[in-house]
Design a protein around this ligand. Structure first.
Ligand code: ZN
Length: 456
């Protein structure tokens, strides 16, 4: 039994003082005690938070971070960016994917993410042929997560067609092609490989409605248990919404809710273009909406109506998606700032009529929504949850002598540098004083992989 002590910790009911935490051998929290002496416990050097779950990542895209910022055609948008992404996707080998993912996952840990949901749609070799083991690239991602120590929700992606009219996959999409039988076989192999590993769960990611007809989504769901997570890209682009309307007579959200049993284990990624009625309908299902504010800004996707979701008591979380930047506090800052710019008002994450810390509201929202859509008990400092924590470094916050939610407001809106000092996942300290023991070796492999890819 590991025993920690924090002078301040953010518990489900709020900030508590002099908190003792007992961690069992399996990496779960056995008990939380408030108002106790430090005694023989390991004393933590700053305020203690539950780690943030990253709800959406495509690890290989870390390999093009910053490379898509040169305007080539006079007009650049999501669809031209996608061509650049396909070129990157075409080149990555299994070894290179593992090297990229391992380094990326260490970056995530250092920034305060303790779990990553990998929405994984690379399945085949660059020429589109199948690997001997169809789960090869998913298994590489699992190995990368184990190497870094981060918790992983592994979602192999079903990708059947190139558009709503059933277009065949072309060029860069050949690596993504899967049918229901293949994705179910990948899920079976991943489950077998993961076994009872408490650090990893397996679910399904139908890529999007443009890539998977609703009938095939329902067919694929039969391979899952009732609580296994399901994530889908839903309404990132206006063209996607228009194409869905033309093909089905409904928007993507309406089409999904009409034909598929969406519930609390579902995460709808990029609900960017949803009507107020659709937002209410999704909130009623208890599904989580996954925002990726930095990527959505980078790609020029548009702005989600967050106040409508908060008013409807809807659930939401954050993801790093393209991995162009890795920082949960910055991700949340973007989520709030674009709303301020749009509505010319501050504090859009706080329910109407209420007062209180904006940073606190955002942090609580994304940690409390994590468990069901990540497929494991994470996101709370409470008995039965994983011991996934981060400790803030008060010296790196903007002002001295802060307390409670002011720590979160400072970390989110005013920190000059990464304010995360130490990070624990499953009861194991992985980041000490901002350093991960494996980061230098992982960086060397990452750099080598990037040079190899650039030479192709
Ligand atoms: Zn995505």
């Amino acid at each position: 039994m590991k025993k920690l002590w924090a002078s301040s910790a953010l518990l489900p009911a709020g900030w508590a003082a002099n908190v003792g935490i007992d961690i069992a051998e399996d990496g779960n929290i056995a008990a939380v005690h408030e108002g106790i002496e430090a005694a023989q416990r390991e004393r933590l050097p700053g305020p203690l938070l539950a780690g943030v779950a990253n709800l959406h990542s495509h690890a290989f895209q870390r390999g093009m971070a910053g490379l898509a910022e040169t305007l080539l055609r006079g007009a650049d948008n999501f669809w031209t960016w996608r061509e650049a992404m396909y070129r990157c996707a075409m080149r990555v080998s299994p070894e290179q994917l593992q090297a990229i993912a391992a380094y990326l996952f260490i970056e995530m840990l250092k920034s305060g993410y303790t779990n990553v949901t990998e929405f994984h749609y690379l399945h085949h070799a660059p020429d589109g042929t199948a690997y001997t083991n169809p789960a090869e690239l998913s298994l590489r991602t699992i190995e990368a997560a184990r190497q870094a120590g981060i918790g992983l929700t592994m979602l192999p992606s079903l990708y059947c067609q190139g558009g709503f009219a059933g277009e065949t996959l072309r060029g860069g999409q050949q690596r993504f092609a899967t049918d229901v039988g293949m994705i179910q076989e990948i899920i079976r192999r991943l489950r077998e490989h993961v076994g009872r590993d408490p650090q990893c769960s397996v679910g399904l990611a139908p890529h999007s409605l443009r890539a998977v007809p609703v009938g095939l989504i329902n067919e694929a769901l039969t391979a899952l248990g009732p609580d296994d997570p399901v994530h889908i890209h839903i309404a990132e682009q206006t063209r996607e919404v228009e194409d869905c309307m033309a093909a089905t007579g409904r928007s993507p959200v309406a089409h999904l809710l009409c034909h598929v049993p969406v519930d609390q284990r579902w995460c709808l990624i990029h609900g960017t273009h949803m009507t107020a009625d659709e937002i209410r309908d999704v909130a009623a299902t208890q599904a989580v909406i996954g925002f990726c504010p930095i990527t959505e800004a980078n790609l020029g996707d548009g702005i989600f109506d967050l106040p409508a979701l908060i008013e409807a008591n809807g659930r939401f979380g954050i993801g790093t998606d393209s991995n162009v930047m890795i920082n949960p506090f910055e991700e949340l800052r973007w989520l709030e700032y674009v709303q301020r710019l749009r509505h010319r008002q501050r504090g859009m994450a706080v329910p109407p009529g209420q007062s209180g810390s904006i940073g606190g509201a955002l942090y609580r929202a994304v940690t409390s929504s994590a468990a069901l859509v990540a497929g494991r008990r994470i996101g709370q400092i409470a008995a039965g949850y994983r011991a996934d924590f981060c400790v803030l470094d008060e010296d790196l916050l903007s002002l001295p002598d802060l307390a409670g939610d002011a720590w979160l407001d400072s970390a989110m809106f005013a920190a000059r540098t990464n304010p995360v000092r130490d990070v624990m996942v499953g009861g194991v300290w992985l980041v000490h004083a901002g350093h991960h023991a494996g980061e230098e070796a992982a960086k060397m492999k990452f750099d080598r992989a990037m040079r190899e890819i650039a030479d192709v």
